[in-house]
Design a protein around this ligand. Structure first.
Ligand code: ADP
Ligand code: MG
Length: 290
């Protein structure tokens, strides 16, 4: 491609809300054969809502403890829980000794009680037996919800579930990418069952679930080692290393600043149709299609 055609291609892409950081990225994009999509905030709206609360404790007491612990976290799941607790009319006490455990959950002390919220693995690691809740958890997950276990003072105390809805444009965008010959993979830190339920709604080829934040870049490298040219699409702080190692990193424009900084392309419209637009523009600029 000539410098003139690259400039023209970049300009047309920008009109569609696809901002390439440089001409070399517009050129490289046509070689992609695999698209890895982060789930939360990329495939889904990233605005989860608290839908279910199950506890052995009094419901208000339980929700106050969980809401207070989560009020120190910036995770979208935490925001959903806090909003749900406030919507129930609860005022949340201040949590101390707060700790975020990336990809797993949070721990904090609320009114002198030790509160732990997160994955099966988090509770297992702390030696807390929550197996009695696994059936209920599985039902939430099969419905595409994210279920989190809660322990209070070292004992299982309940489950909260939140639901995040798929963006209305995600399904069509995925089928457009597949029609363009790309393999589409969804990657998430969320559990396998929730991930599969969401994946089925949008029709991706493959799912990588329960990937810890530091594991996302490694998964991209694994695909590259198989000879694939990978475009990674994400919005979160967690996605930044994977965006940086991918052949082309694409950040959702509504996402975290670090994600946008790590990426080669910013998708201003925030929907997945922009990925196909980016690839189309690159193919056209490189003269592979008219
Ligand atoms: P994603 O890839 O969807 O952004 P993360 O890697 O951030 O997911 O988190 C993976 C899992 O860890 C979540 O599905 C949840 O079960 C648990 N988790 C993460 N942060 C929190 C939190 N603040 N409160 C409770 N659970 C959490
Ligand atoms: Mg995300």
């Amino acid at each position: 491609a000539t410098p003139t055609s690259i400039m023209a291609g970049s300009g047309r892409a920008a009109e569609l809300g696809v901002l390439f950081k440089g001409g070399e990225h517009l050129e490289a994009t046509h070689k992609l054969d695999t698209i890895v999509l982060d789930k939360t905030g990329t495939v889904t709206k990233g605005k989860p809502e608290l839908t279910d609360v199950r506890s052995e404790l009094d419901r208000s007491v339980f929700l106050k403890l969980v809401g207070a612990a989560e009020s120190r976290s910036e995770h979208p799941l935490a925001e959903a829980i806090v909003a749900g607790a406030k919507a129930a009319g609860l005022s949340l006490p201040k949590a101390t000794s707060f700790e975020a455990i990336p990809g797993m959950g949070v721990s904090a002390v609320v009114e002198g009680r030790a509160v732990l919220v997160g994955t099966r693995r988090l509770l297992e690691d702390r030696g807390i037996d929550a197996r009695g809740a696994y059936d209920a958890m599985r039902r939430y997950e099969e419905a595409g919800k994210t279920a989190m276990l809660v322990a209070v003072d070292g004992r299982y105390a309940g489950v909260v579930a939140v639901a995040d809805t798929v963006k209305p444009t995600s399904k069509e965008a995925v089928s457009r990418l597949r029609a363009m010959g790309l393999r589409v993979v969804m990657m998430t830190g969320d559990n396998e069952r929730t991930a599969r339920a969401i994946a089925a709604q949008v029709g991706v080829d493959d799912v990588l679930a329960e990937v810890l934040p530091e594991g996302k870049a490694a998964e991209v490298k694994k695909l590259q080692a198989q000879g694939r040219k990978v475009g990674m699409v994400g919005d979160g702080i967690n996605d930044a290393p994977a965006l940086a190692v991918a052949d082309i990193g694409m950040a959702v424009g509504t996402g975290a600043d670090v994600a946008i900084e790590a990426a080669d392309v910013t998708l201003m419209r925030g929907d997945l149709a922009s990925i196909a637009d980016a690839i189309h523009m690159s193919r056209r600029t490189m003269g592979n299609i008219r």
